[in-house]
Unconditional design. Structure first.
Length: 215
């Protein structure tokens, strides 16, 4: 059994129970389980926690990164591991989410076996503040503003509506869409299909659809 004590947070009861059971089967001590940020913070105040294993989307209220910052404020060297269907946490709320230093990020769609989770937990215990990658490589060059535009395109927003929200010109929006198409490998043919393809790319990166679905 490892010496680390893990706090598990997920707002889905089935997923929460599955994570707890998997950790215990891998001989890792679960110090507490919670379905909300408030419950998690109360547990962190009451018991000693070495690592927090957090879902990114916790429903209404604070998300996993908000909670990670709050936990780090309480315990500056707590290890943090974030789980999500999103391939990049910035895809959820692009303008807001900045992960705490040293946070490890795992996309649920890319986990082949639970050993990957336990290895990340042990890694952040050993080096809680070491810099880690929190996005897939092809998104690294995109800014939060560009990711927000991708999100708005996926929601069906027109270029003018996007320009109004972002406080930029329509031309700037079209240039951003062109850049997104280039990075994501979407054909830039000037047709409506380009936006459909960008929407599909976003849904794949957000883990909403499988990469090969419908292909």
């Amino acid at each position: 059994m490892t010496d680390c004590r893990v706090l598990v947070v997920d707002n889905d009861p089935f997923t929460l129970t599955s994570l707890v059971n998997s950790l215990e089967n891998n001989r890792i001590v679960v110090a507490g389980r919670a379905g909300t940020a408030r419950e998690a913070l109360a547990i962190a105040d009451a018991v000693n926690v070495d690592v927090a294993l957090l879902d990114l989307d916790l429903g209404i209220g604070p998300n996993g990164i908000d909670l990670a910052h709050a936990l780090r404020a309480k315990a500056p060297e707590i290890g943090l591991v974030l789980l999500s269907t999103y391939r990049d946490p910035r895809l959820m709320v692009p303008d807001v989410l900045t992960p705490p230093p040293g946070m490890a990020y795992l996309s649920k769609r890319e986990i082949d076996d639970f050993g990957q989770v336990t290895r990340q937990i042990l890694s952040v215990v050993a080096s809680p503040l070491r810099q880690r990658t929190t996005h897939v490589s092809k998104l690294a060059s995109l800014t939060a503003s560009q990711l927000r535009i991708l999100q708005l395109v996926a929601e069906g927003a027109s270029s003018q509506r996007i320009a109004d929200e972002r406080g930029v010109s329509r031309k700037s929006v079209e240039q951003a869409i062109s850049r997104l198409s280039e990075v994501l490998g979407v054909a830039k043919d000037g047709s409506a299909n380009q936006r459909v393809r960008l929407t599909r790319a976003y849904l794949e990166l957000a883990g909403k659809i499988d990469q090969k679905a419908g292909s």
